[in-house]
Ligand binder design. Sequence first.
Ligand SMILES: Cc1cc2nc3c(=O)[nH]c(=O)nc-3n(C[C@H](O)[C@H](O)[C@H](O)COP(=O)(O)O)c2cc1C
Length: 245
Amino acid sequence: MALYKEGLAFRYIQGTKYHRDKSLKDNLGPIPAVRSIKTYPDAERLQLPKPDLSRSADLWQCLSRRRSERDTTPDSLSLNELATLLWAAQGVTARIGIHLLRTAPSAGALYPFETYLYADHIESVPQGLYHFNVQDFALERLKVGNFNRDMTSACLGQPVVRRAAAVFIWTAMMLRCMVKYRDRAVRYIPMDLGHVCQNVQLAATAMDLGSCPIGAFFDDDINQLLEIDGEDETALYLITVGKLN
Ligand SMILES: Cc1cc2nc3c(=O)[nH]c(=O)nc-3n(C[C@H](O)[C@H](O)[C@H](O)COP(=O)(O)O)c2cc1C
């Protein structure tokens, strides 16, 4: 057999297939249920303004114009722009029972990820690392300071990260999805985040901002910056945002 077929990529797809003639039983043992939303109750809070949805944008135009933009300027994002991007990513649009439904779909409405922000130059937001509190539409401050070098170096030195006004970081909350979907969760979490990321790109396009998805990064460098364990919760996807000339 070709060696690449024994590698992780092939084994991952083959090993997580559903088969008509095979039971869904596995030998993973019990998987503990975890909280559906993460919060940092002791963190200082920055309440976000309501997103500005008054400026309409044509969906077809946004789809045609969407590009990954890497040359953003040193101009700051406004707090309203940031709030609108976060709403596009993970705004709560309906409540059904315990589920807070969002702007993007998620397998089983489990939303097995968290959104963090590195604010580099955003009006009224001191430079630093934040966690986005979905329920309260607020930022929770994790660390104050200039983490531009750390972020850029963690992302393989990519200049797009150095130039960005803001970097959103999405982490996978493995157990939140595995408790229902077991190993197949490894497919659904990146699918969920693909939707979220596209929402941010379309919202950025609608506001004439530049954004660029980032999949190339040293995972544990980002995990260490966020002080998360890199196992139950691990960084999976990032996007940069900034102003365009
Ligand atoms: C999963 C994923 C990971 C990506 N990672 C990076 C990255 O690390 N750095 C980068 O500059 N662009 C990255 N991109 C952007 C792609 O290079 C870009 O989408 C592609 O070249 C097509 O260009 P377009 O988005 O402008 O249509 C990534 C895109 C996706 C979907």
